[in-house]
Design a protein around this ligand. Structure first.
Ligand code: ADP
Length: 876
């Protein structure tokens, strides 16, 4: 920043303030404008398309400046926040007219992407989470916390690694993370890639508010993260945050775990193609009637359950609602009348609530007894907890009913917000205001009578207030003893009388006082409601829960879903005539071909073959989405479903190239495969769609087979593996836990017809050329492709006859040691010679190396690499 030689006192004040907020745009209040100076001005002028001017145009170094009118500031602030910037709002703290010397100014709020609460910016059905990370460098451990300032939710956990952190950030879609110190470059890059703004807040001994909020966190890392989060919130918001709820500890491992890629690939909340909600599972499941319900649904989708009892309890409630159509419709109708309780309560505490908000709060609270009444008509056992938590708060709704005017305006300073009959003094003032006109008319008539001046008028102006005006021609009639002269005009005189003065005091005071009295009363009502914040929040949570459950019931009924049976201790899965819920909704129930997924105790892997576009990945996603729905407590799209409770879902579906981080499809593929192989347990679900496609045929096939063998031998997770390598289907003969299946297709007059029907056994051909034909490729190109295909197939068959046996690369790994063993056992040099007749010294070294190789200690990738090296050496 250019240092000016001589700054005015005001600019000095600006510089001191700006120095405290170097990373924020400083909106500096000057009269009716917020002004920005220097670099802030230059940058803001560009982003907000404002005219850049300068403060002291004639000076040697004019100060760049731009400004926005204060009443329109919110729109500009929203734009800056949306682009990931921070805005410090600096207000005049005293009336400039009354200030002695420089007007006192202070930053009253630092608005940041993670702390926005203005309703315009927030999508009602989305949370806006601010996250915090406490870094313990010594132990390479992390405390993690998140809060939504608009709803008061605060949660904290303890995470072991960077992947865990990024997963949490992704699933919370945080825009800002607060760190206690600088983090590693790797982590910083990950935040940058995800457009997460990094802010800092050092850990200090918690103040009383912070220790109260974090009192129940046993893990000290989690507690520290929550403390820095709360400290950051209070230092930026600069006000009491009474609605922040006591932090709740959570463990990501207490929920069905899905990493970012899996959630992305399965299109749970965002469509891969459009990035929108439409076309996702969230879109399908969302029949919530309230904003809170919408947000809770998203949270449940992010964290499906793994405890049997909790799942059953949600299913019971959904079933109960499904069995009571009329009550359900009634509940839905009532919920429509419930506003966003959570955010309304947030605004009460935050101090930006207005009278209309309170009316919404009242209307929402008035629905609670009705909802309760309807619910109590259903199975009481199933609903007992929710019924207890749905506590109406008549103290709050009655207070608002009595106190707030039904027709209240938005502004809370211009009066007309308090209902009549609520406050005696206010009623007197209002009486004076309405009756004042009448009194003046009466007085005017009385004075005309007394003086006999027919043209005498009572008038008002801002300088003199009320006065009696008499035209020059009549001043002789004015009773001098009662009339005091105030002003002389060209053709009239203005007077006041003691009686008029008295009336004036009553009327003017009434107007002035009633406004400030209304404001005071409003603040008192708000403070009274603040006493009920935690009860209101608890109530909001229960309403949200009821809303999600009715949404599940309603969707389940519309699409004919069934209640799944959960078998937590068994390793079997039976999904009879299952459907992909989103594809079914899009293509229509009639068009959708249902498919069974059957994996008894002894089948771990389904190897799926079939032409492109036949429905392989739809089949795989169908199972994953069904599992997610079941573990959220919803019913599922099938005729019958028996499911284990999965602990994790891993997917490798479709091309999710991480272009920003510069990783190729194949690298991403291998990383995702690695995640699954290393972290999956026997209770996990793995979906691998055409793994190995991103590399050369033999590499890909070798890896695909090795990965299947590894899962079969070591992981035992239920796995769906689709592949276009037909060769691998032979594995069914050697791996007892693997079953082949394929999606049927038939050829009719040279055209392929997809049946979308899953059948036992491997597919007979891949129909690639047929699919290309469907895609409309030129005829002569297709003819040439068929010719090449025919040639390749013939050649392949000849090769097979020559080799007598097709050895897939991994079979080769298994084969070589056996041959080497033979050599070892015979310990006969002639036998060695007969096997390796032209063996060179280098080759011998390789044979020796092979002998020592501990295959069981290697992962498939390492084995492949080693084998490749050896082959390179052998080929010279
Ligand atoms: P693949 O993975 O075999 O290439 P997809 O699973 O992507 O094929 O399916 C291709 C298209 O076929 C889908 O977009 C969908 O419209 C349709 N489809 C898939 N399965 C079914 C089904 N069971 N019933 C009806 N249409 C289906």
């Amino acid at each position: 920043m250019v240092q000016q030689p001589k700054l005015t006192p005001m600019m000095e004040q600006y510089m001191i303030t700006k120095a405290q907020y170097p990373d924020a745009f400083l909106f500096y209040r000057l009269g009716d404008f917020y002004e920005l100076f220097y670099e802030d001005a230059e940058k803001a002028a560009q982003i907000l398309e404002l005219t850049l001017t300068s403060r002291n145009r004639n000076a040697e170094n004019p100060i760049p400046m731009c400004g926005v009118p204060h009443h329109a500031a919110q729109g500009y602030i929203d734009v800056l926040i949306d682009k990931g910037y921070k805005v410090a709002i600096c207000e005049q703290m005293e009336d400039p007219k009354e200030a002695k010397g420089m007007v006192k100014r202070e930053v009253i709020q630092l608005v940041t992407p993670g702390t926005v609460v203005s309703s315009k910016e927030l999508d009602a059905k989305e949370n806006n989470y601010l996250t915090a990370l406490f870094i313990d460098e010594q132990h390479k451990e992390y405390g993690f916390a998140y809060a939504d300032l608009s709803t008061g939710e605060l949660k904290a956990s303890h995470l072991a690694d960077i992947d865990g952190i990024i997963n949490e950030c992704n699933s919370l879609q945080t825009k800002e993370i607060v760190l206690n110190k600088e983090c590693s470059e790797v982590l910083m890059q990950r935040f940058e890639q995800k457009n997460i703004l990094v802010s800092y807040q050092a850990l200090q001994a918690p103040n009383s508010e912070e220790s109260y909020l974090t009192a129940y966190l046993e893990n000290s890392l989690a507690a520290n993260a929550a403390v820095i989060l709360v400290a950051y919130l209070s230092s930026t918001q600069k006000r009491q945050l009474g609605h922040l709820q006591q932090a709740v500890a959570y463990e990501p491992s207490h929920f069905l775990k899905m990493d970012y890629y899996s959630k992305y690939n399965l299109e749970l909340a965002r469509s891969i193609r459009t990035g929108e909600k439409k076309g996702t599972l969230l879109w399908l499941l969302d029949d919530t009637q309230t904003a809170m319900g919408g947000r809770l649904l998203k949270q449940w989708l992010d964290r499906p359950l793994i405890q049997e009892q909790a799942i059953i309890s949600r299913q019971d409630m959904v079933e109960s609602l499904l069995n009571a159509y009329f009550e359900r419709i009634e509940i839905k109708e009532n919920l429509k009348r419930v506003y966003d309780l959570e955010r309304l309560v947030g605004r009460v505490s935050f101090g930006n609530v207005n009278a209309r908000d309170l009316l919404q709060l009242k209307q929402s609270l008035q629905q609670i007894p009705i909802l309760k009444q309807t619910l109590s008509g259903l199975d009481s056992g199933v609903w007992s907890t929710l019924l207890t938590n749905l506590t109406p708060l008549p103290a709050v709704s009655d207070l608002i009913e009595q106190a707030v005017n039904e027709e209240a305006p938005l502004s809370i300073t211009e009066g007309n917000i308090i209902a009549s009959g609520y406050d005696e003094q206010l009623d007197i003032y209002r009486d004076a205001m309405t009756n004042g006109k009448q009194w003046l008319a009466e007085l005017e008539a009385k004075e005309r009578n007394l003086t006999g001046i027919k043209t005498l008028k009572i008038k008002f102006n801002r300088v003199f207030g009320y006065f009696i005006e008499v035209t020059k021609s009549n001043i002789g009639e004015v009773p001098a003893e009662r009339y005091e002269r105030k002003q002389t005009l060209a053709n009239a005189e203005r007077y006041v009388t003691p009686e008029l003065k008295e009336l004036e005091t009553i009327i003017l005071e009434a107007e002035e006082q009633s406004q400030s009295l209304e404001y005071q009363l409003f603040i008192a009502i708000r403070d009274e409601i603040k006493q009920h914040i935690s009860a209101l929040q608890k109530l909001a949570k229960s309403v949200a829960e009821l809303d999600v459950l009715q949404s599940f019931a309603s969707v389940s009924e519309t699409y004919n879903y069934v209640r799944p049976t959960m078998l937590p201790d068994k390793h079997e899965l039976e999904l009879l005539e299952g459907r992909h819920p989103v594809v079914e909704k899009v293509v229509g129930h009639q068009e959708y071909v249902p498919n069974t997924v059957s994996m008894p105790e002894d089948v771990d892997i389904l190897l799926i073959t079939g032409p492109n576009m036949s429905g392989k990945s739809t089949y795989m996603r169908q199972l994953a989405l069904t599992v997610v729905m079941a573990q959220m407590g919803c019913f599922v799209p099938a005729e019958k479903a028996v499911l284990p409770i999965f602990d994790q879902i891993f997917t490798r579906i479709g091309a999710s190239d991480d272009l920003i981080s510069g990783q190729s499809t194949f690298m991403v593929e291998m990383m995702e495969a690695n995640q699954a192989l290393r972290h999956a347990t026997v209770n996990s679900l793995i979906l691998f769609d055409e793994l190995g496609r991103g590399t050369a045929t033999y590499d890909g096939m070798a890896l695909a087979q090795a990965i299947i063998e590894y899962i079969h031998a070591h992981v035992h997770a239920k796995t769906l593996f689709s592949t276009h390598y037909h060769e691998i289907t032979a594995l069914e003969q050697t791996l007892s836990g693997l079953k082949n299946c394929h999606v049927g297709a038939v050829e009719q007059e040279g055209e392929v017809v997809f049946l979308h029907k899953m059948m036992d056994g491997p597919a007979d051909k891949s129909y690639g050329v047929h699919v290309a034909k469907l895609a409309g490729l030129p005829e002569n190109l297709l003819a040439r492709a068929s010719e090449i295909l025919h040639h390749l197939e013939t050649q392949h068959n000849q090769d097979l006859m020559l080799e007598n046996e097709a050895i897939a690369p991994i079979d080769a790994i298994q084969k070589i040691p056996k041959e080497v063993e033979m050599v070892q056992e015979t310990d006969d040099s002639s036998a060695q010679l007969s096997l390796f007749s032209d063996i060179s010294e280098v080759d011998q070294q390789i044979v020796d190396e092979l002998k020592k190789l501990n295959l069981m200690a290697m992962n498939p990738m390492e084995a492949m690499t080693k084998l490749y090296e050896m082959q390179q050496k052998l080929n010279g």
